[in-house]
Design a protein around this ligand. Structure first.
Ligand code: ZN
Ligand code: ZN
Length: 410
């Protein structure tokens, strides 16, 4: 196997998830990427992992389950599945997920089965999910090339060539080249986030107003005590890790009931095996009150997504990514949130990360009270465009340009 994959495995273990001596590591990986998973396991033990627990995934089998399993299984869950995740989170295990799937691989499955499943399983794994959202435990999501994904991204190119192109694209976003030290490249990359977050944190903005020619005109209030975050995170016991690789965003949480206006998506949204090219949300006092798309089927899917619980209808993330970011400049649509969210300013509906002072130690009720949205879901959607302007308003009423024509104003 080529050297880049070895470097990649090392990078994910030592920088991405940063597993510590004596710590349990849980790896989720598609079964057809077993060769890479084995490298991860070896690297993890080299780093002193206490135990590596493999959780194999397989998109084909997941699809077969959604298509053919008895209907009632989607309204129930196995307690030990939830127990496993909650227990491991309590034990301070680290969770590394490798995604590698066909963007069309779930085409034709019944989307409502997926939604019903998350409606029962989501609350059952609240302890695990909450530890992850608050970054109390280490977690990291990264990706590997997959052949149908490659063919979708590079149509009309022979499969081998498409796979190599996708691999190159992934390695470039991961800052891996044949002769560099990627850990050092990530250390430098991480420093760049701090200057921007420091500037925004010093401004302590009251709200942001988004406008562009597509019809976005949205005001987002920010909660009292919010802060901007980007790059690495730190777990409860002080371990530095990267929740997402790649990452180019800085983000904070919106004030749950302080979002008003209309926002138009700028990149496709993937759900239930469908690609929803374009949609718009109208939001009143934080609540999504209107969903617009051309296709009624897609509107129903979006409606289902924002109806899994009450919080799904409110926003939970405000993320800034320059239009001229490295991934955006590749000018490739990845059909995968992990990459596309790092090529565009985005928002998410559903749960927020507790990015307010003291937020990580608050109970769910305290967070709600502080204006942070809570939900079992969290789905990013892209709103960045070349002509997006974002104006910040301070508590004393000053207007500060944050984004001008798609890029940071400072
Ligand atoms: Zn984000
Ligand atoms: Zn997000």
């Amino acid at each position: 196997m080529d050297m880049r994959y070895e470097k990649y495995a090392k990078l994910l273990i030592s920088v991405g998830i940063n597993v510590q001596p004596g710590q349990t590591l849980v790896i989720r990986c598609p079964v057809d990427k077993a060769a890479f998973a084995r490298m991860l396991v070896s690297e993890a033990y080299k780093a002193g992992a206490r135990e590596v627990i493999m959780r194999w995934g397989d998109q084909f089998i997941a699809r077969e389950t959604y298509l053919h399993a008895a209907d009632e299984i989607f309204d129930t869950y196995r307690p030990w599945d939830a127990d496993m995740l909650n227990t491991l989170a309590r034990e301070d295990a680290a969770f590394l997920s490798v995604i590698s799937s066909d963007p069309d691989g779930m085409n034709g499955v019944d989307h409502t089965r997926m939604m019903r499943e998350s409606r029962v399983f989501g609350p059952a794994v609240a302890e695990y999910r909450e530890a992850q959202m608050a970054d109390r435990i280490q977690w990291c999501i990264a990706a590997l090339p997959e052949k149908n994904w490659a063919k979708k991204m590079f149509p009309g190119v022979p499969e081998d060539e498409a796979m190599e192109k996708l691999a190159e694209a992934i390695f470039s976003t991961m800052r891996i080249t044949a002769d560099n030290d990627p850990a050092e490249a990530w250390r430098r990359h991480n420093e760049n986030f701090s200057s921007r977050t420091a500037k925004l944190n010093a401004l302590d903005l009251k709200s942001l107003r988004y406008t562009n020619s597509l019809g976005t005109d949205l005001t987002i209030e920010l909660p009292e005590g919010h802060y901007w975050e980007g790059g690495s995170s730190k777990s409860a016991r002080g371990v530095v890790f990267f929740p997402n690789m790649p990452t180019e965003e800085i983000f904070t949480a919106p004030k749950r009931d302080g979002v008003n206006g209309r926002v138009v998506s700028t990149k496709p949204f993937l759900t239930g095996g469908e690609i929803i090219d374009k949609f718009a949300f109208t939001i009143e006092n934080g609540r999504i009150v209107k969903v617009e798309t051309d296709d009624p089927k897609h509107r129903k899917m979006l409606e289902d997504e924002i109806s899994v619980d009450e919080g799904a209808r409110y926003l939970g993330e405000v993320a800034l990514v320059p239009y001229d970011s490295p991934i955006s400049n590749m000018d490739a649509l990845f059909y995968d949130t992990l990459f596309d969210e790092n090529a565009s300013c985005h928002l998410a509906f559903g749960a927020s990360y507790p990015t307010i002072r003291g937020g990580a130690d608050m109970t769910e009720a305290q967070r709600l009270e502080a204006g942070l949205n809570q939900s079992i879901t969290h789905e990013d959607f892209m709103v960045g465009s070349a002509d997006l302007n974002i104006t910040g308003v301070t508590h004393d009423g000053r207007e500060i340009p944050v984004f001008v024509n798609g890029n940071f104003a400072f």
